[in-house]
Design a protein around this ligand. Structure first.
Ligand code: ADP
Length: 473
């Protein structure tokens, strides 16, 4: 743990394992409530100095961190693959994405512009300024263990906030590597603090109840997000929530089914389906279902599962046994209720895969609303295909979810693309595009997928309060 500029002496610890083979790869400090409280105290103590430092000084530190992260790209990516499981190429991409946030918000720090507003009174002037909200508590997930940290810490620091972060218990080593970079980049003592813990609950409680914390930013599951938002409500703490999703992937019959299926398989099996923007329902218009499914099948057939450090691997392990069971349950339920299994549909336990948490990339068709997979987030490598006939039907089905994070549309018809883009109740929509994410673009969900946005101009606004001055002159 890193509190007030000090790495804590070893005390109680917990082990971190490689999900591809079960090997223990490290042990980290098992933090308790009092560590979270000490970190919050430190962050509170240095807040006045950090929040009044110049935007140029804060930008300088973030730029240095950006540079250090890129210099360490290979070693960070190897650590990520070992700790989280995604193939090395995907880890390299994630480190780049993580570094992008450091640079983007280094630049944005200097663009926290205020406003003057004309008054109806001749002797009055209005001035609006934006200032840092205060100490920020951040909780991050394991599926993107480096970029989810910089997506929060970079805008918070740019805005002038100080931070206490608790990473996911499955991926604390990536968090430690990021905090070493922040320290080396010159972030002053106490401005960023890291509390690792095996049991997230006591740390979460401290974050939500300590009055010195002014804002909680969370990425994780919808149930935990709701609980934390409730716990923050008595003190009306500001919250940002990036929660679950159940993305529709709509392919209209004027699209090239093979091109669409290629896109679908790339985004579906990315990170073995462990992404909140992973397509969870593939709606394909009746005339092109056959070539779409055939292409998916072909692509899945050549995917190699295994340890992501080995070349040619595209399917890494799932995070743990519970994740494998959840996927297996959804697939069994779908097949029992009449879905057709085209590929996969089983755990992978051959040879060295036996010690990891592997599930075969799976393609299902004839999926219907009665099946669990139609409503529940899968977070695993399963592509469920659903046939549709007309436009109104598919819009209604796509919007029939309490989630509202990502959606995808494939069509060559411009007006259909625009109408669908406007009709879908999702915060991030890819139109013939499977990667509608960037440090420069707002990321976040509608409905129960979250509150607030990360990245882009909106991403820094989450860490700012609006202050109005009315001047009589
Ligand atoms: P997932 O199902 O993707 O693991 P979680 O929401 O359980 O999603 O985990 C996301 C993050 O939230 C992790 O850092 C985890 O430790 C943390 N977390 C889980 N439960 C709680 C809780 N009750 N209080 C605070 N943090 C929690």
């Amino acid at each position: 743990m890193f509190i007030d500029g000090q790495w804590l002496e070893p005390g109680p610890s917990f082990e971190v394992t490689n999900p591809a083979n079960g090997e223990v790869i490290g042990a980290v400090a098992d933090g308790a409530k009092e560590h979270a409280a000490a970190a919050i105290d430190a962050a509170h103590r240095v807040f006045p100095a950090w929040s009044t430092s110049t935007a140029y000084a804060r930008a300088e530190v973030l730029s240095k961190a950006h540079q250090l992260m890129l210099e360490r790209k290979q070693e960070l990516a190897e650590l990520m693959t070992t700790e989280q499981g995604k193939p090395l190429k995907a880890s390299l991409n994630e480190v780049q994405y993580a570094a992008d946030f450091l640079r983007w918000f280094a630049e944005e720090a200097k663009r926290i512009y205020g406003e003057t507003i004309p008054s109806a009174r001749a002797d009055q002037r209005f001035l609006v300024r934006y200032q840092a909200v205060g100490v920020v508590a951040a909780i991050t997930p394991w599926n993107y263990p480096i970029s989810m940290i910089t997506r929060k810490v970079a805008p918070a620091l740019a805005a002038g906030c100080t931070v206490v972060l608790k990473p996911a218990e499955a991926t604390p080593l990536c968090a430690i590597a990021v905090f070493k970079i922040l320290q080396e980049a010159g972030v002053p003592d106490g401005v960023v603090n890291l509390v690792t813990a095996q049991d997230p609950k006591p740390i979460g409680e401290e974050f939500c109840t300590n009055p010195l914390v002014k804002k909680l930013t969370f990425t994780g599951s919808t149930p935990v997000g709701k609980k934390l938002a409730q716990d923050c409500a008595p003190q009306l703490k500001r919250v940002s929530m990036e929660l679950g999703g159940h993305a529709p992937f709509i392919v209209f019959d004027d699209a090239d089914p093979e091109h669409a299926a290629k896109g679908a398989s790339l985004v579906k099996f990315l990170n073995t389906g462990q992404a909140c923007i992973s397509p969870n329902r593939m709606f394909v218009q009746r005339d092109i279902v056959e070539p779409f499914v055939a292409t998916l099948e072909k692509r899945v057939a050549v995917m190699q599962a295994g340890n992501g450090l080995q070349p040619g691997i595209s399917i890494g392990p799932l995070v743990n046994e519970a994740a494998v069971s959840k996927v297996a349950t959804q697939v069994e339920d779908a097949v029992a209720k009449g879905a057709t299994l085209h590929a996969g549909g089983q755990r992978l336990t051959d040879d060295e895969l036996a010690n990891g948490h592997f599930y075969a990339p799976t393609v299902l068709s004839q999926v219907t609303p009665e099946m669990l997979i139609y409503r529940e987030e899968t977070f695993g490598p399963v592509a469920p295909v659903i046939v549709f006939d007309d436009y109104d039907e598919v819009i209604e089905m796509a919007n029939d979810t309490h989630y509202g994070l990502a959606a995808y549309i494939y069509t060559q018809n411009l007006s259909r693309a625009m109408r669908t883009f406007e009709a879908l109740n999702f915060g991030i929509i890819g139109i013939n595009d499977i990667n509608p994410t960037s440090a420069a673009a707002p990321f976040g969900g509608m409905n129960e997928s979250g509150l607030g946005r990360e990245g882009a101009r909106e991403g820094i606004a989450e860490y700012l309060e609006t202050k109005l001055g009315g001047f009589s002159i």
